[in-house]
Design a protein around this ligand. Structure first.
Ligand SMILES: NC(=O)c1ccc[n+]([C@@H]2O[C@H](COP(=O)([O-])OP(=O)(O)OC[C@H]3O[C@@H](n4cnc5c(N)ncnc54)[C@H](O)[C@@H]3O)[C@@H](O)[C@H]2O)c1
Ligand SMILES: O=CCCC(=O)O
Length: 530
């Protein structure tokens, strides 16, 4: 069957996602303009095809799934519903490509990544438009994400030529020991929808820098940005089969099963929720793959009496409401010491009142919709739970159906207590709960009383306290007097059930390497006199 025919038949059997199934409010939203962005380069918008072995291919079954704009629930387009066999084929092409790509020099790989970086920067407006369209975040945030995403390519293009082994003094006379850092092999990369570009480039950058090939399973909610990145990889001249981007929605578990059990895949790097991370780890055990897991958090954000309250308020706003609260490092529990609690709550609420909620394409919008109605329902449940246990909703607290089906008011709640759902799990939405506390010992104990440990933040001007608290927080990343910690130069990752492995920075490189030790015997003899 010709590709053309396959594509048209595939659209007929499109599978609608349960999660993104339009809510009853769709009737309302259809009255709105579609707000489909006009791309400068429309060929970046790839429908019904995935990128495998340097070619654009549909699912062999011809099945597709629909992707909807979270702001309006209008249809954006359709994508291939890859299955296990399609995935196995992508893995096999990645394995073939690996055999030659691994032998390129670091400098050659660096130039390829740099070229890809340049193309991402050149096409930043279109990539940002795709992000806003399928994820909902405002244009300014989407542009910020594109810069962040591109910077991982830049950072790792600079690391690629500087991959060194060690020379090690042996304990055995006459032996000489060295190590070679080798690429681990074919990598399966699985990422979520909240950063459709950056979560992927943060993994592909180091993988390619060291000489691995990859099969990326793009998130079903936001596949078009990853597919546009694949088109730019093609234009950058990344050799065929080195980068493969595949899509699935209903078939996600079977694609995940194939990636985690196929013996050719030597590494899985996953960003997403803790329950899915645990499942993938179990599935990987059969073939003992190298693993990086970047999982959920429940970030404490602590403001001590000795902090600069205005700086702490600005930090809390930036941390809590980034991407409408849908960031793994978002402040989830805001603890404020009793002496400044009222002042902080007042100033914080005043700032939140200034937010403009709306479609991400509208210029004035500061905060967009949530990703889907399940996310909105969870946020509402957390607010109602807090209210029912005695907390006070001082701002917001309700869905915003007049804006669209997936909007929720930016919300501030005071008098939070640790028995509330928001204290125990990620809300992943625009709701800030303020917990009062009395002592440093008490707040650090409560902050640590969770099974996850991704990011933690605190504000204080006492140098001794700064060191003490940073050392006692059980998290992988600490922000002191700042609410924004993400940077390609910094190691990103968690402890406890937030996972393991580090992304970005020099440490990100090691996640995609294996260390080979070589011992030379019979060395170290005296110089020959003849
Ligand atoms: N630590 C980090 O760096 C980080 C970054 C972003 C998001 N997150 C976390 O991600 C979560 C939000 O994303 P989500 O709700 O989409 O998470 P999720 O775990 O449901 O999904 C993440 C990705 O995994 C895929 N997936 C789901 N089930 C799978 C399976 N059985 N096999 C293979 N792939 C599967 C999804 O399609 C998606 O692409 C939050 O918990 C957030 O904290 C963590
Ligand atoms: O959502 C988690 C990742 C966001 C970030 O890298 O700052």
């Amino acid at each position: 069957m010709s590709l053309q025919k396959l594509l048209s038949s595939s659209s007929r059997i499109a599978i609608r996602s349960q999660l993104r199934k339009p809510s009853p409010l769709i009737a309302f939203s259809r009255l709105q303009s579609t707000m489909a962005p006009k791309l400068k380069d429309p060929s970046l918008f790839k429908q019904n095809v995935c990128y495998v072995n340097g070619e654009w291919v549909p699912a062999k079954s011809g099945k597709t799934f629909e992707v909807h704009d979270p702001a309006t629930e209008h249809l954006i387009g359709t994508c291939p519903e890859f299955d296990a066999a399609d995935t196995a084929s992508a893995i096999s092409h990645a394995a073939t490509a690996f055999e030659s790509f691994r032998h390129k020099t670091g400098r050659e790989r660096s130039k390829l990544l740099r070229k890809w970086y340049d193309l991402v920067v050149e096409n930043a407006d279109d990539l940002a438009a795709l992000i806003t369209w399928e994820n909902g975040k405002p244009t300014a945030d989407a542009k910020g994400e594109v810069t962040y995403a591109a910077n991982f390519f830049e950072w790792f293009s600079e690391e690629a030529p500087r991959i060194y082994g060690d020379t090690i003094p042996s304990s055995i006379p006459g032996n000489r020991v060295l190590t070679i850092k080798e690429p681990v092999g074919v990598c399966g990369l699985i990422t979520p929808w909240n950063f459709p570009a950056a979560m992927i480039t943060r993994k592909i950058g180091p993988a390619l820098a060291v000489g691995c090939s990859v099969v990326v399973k793009a998130p079903g909610e936001t596949p078009f940005t990853p597919l546009a990145l694949a088109e730019l990889a093609h234009r950058a001249g990344i050799p065929k089969g080195v980068v493969n981007v595949i899509t699935a929605l209903q078939n996600t578990p079977e694609v995940g099963q194939e990636l985690t059990t196929n013996p050719t895949v030597r590494k899985i790097s996953f960003t997403g929720s803790t329950p899915v991370g645990k499942l993938l780890m179990k599935q990987c055990s059969g073939t003992l793959k190298k693993l990086s897991l970047e999982l959920g958090g429940n970030a404490p954000f602590i403001v001590f009496d000795d902090a600069d309250v205005d700086i702490a308020v600005a930090g809390a706003i930036a941390s809590k409401f980034r991407s409408s609260g849908q960031t793994c490092v978002c402040a989830n529990r805001i603890f404020v010491q009793r002496g400044i609690y009222n002042e902080f709550a007042k100033k914080f609420t005043e700032k939140v009142q200034q937010f403009v909620v709306g479609n991400g394409f509208e210029e004035k919008t500061t905060h967009g919709p949530l990703i889907h109605h399940k996310a909105v329902d969870k946020v509402e449940e957390h607010v109602r739970d807090a209210e029912s246990k005695g907390a006070k909703v001082v701002l917001g607290g309700k869905k915003l159906p007049e804006k669209g089906p997936n909007f929720f008011e930016p919300t501030v709640i005071t008098d939070m207590t640790t028995d509330m759902a928001m204290a125990k799990e990620e809300t992943f939405g625009p709701v800030a709960g303020l917990f009062p506390f009395d002592t440093e010992e008490e707040v650090v104990r409560i902050a640590n009383s969770t099974q996850v440990g991704l990011a933690g933040y605190f504000f204080s001007r006492d140098l001794e306290r700064v060191h003490r608290v940073a050392e006692h927080l059980e998290v992988g990343m600490v922000g002191v007097n700042t609410g924004l910690i993400s940077d390609p130069a910094s190691p990103f990752g968690g402890v406890k059930e937030s996972g393991f492995g580090r992304e970005g920075s020099l440490y990100g490189i090691g996640e995609y390497q294996v260390t080979k030790m070589v011992t030379y015997g019979g060395m170290g003899k005296a110089l020959q006199s003849s």
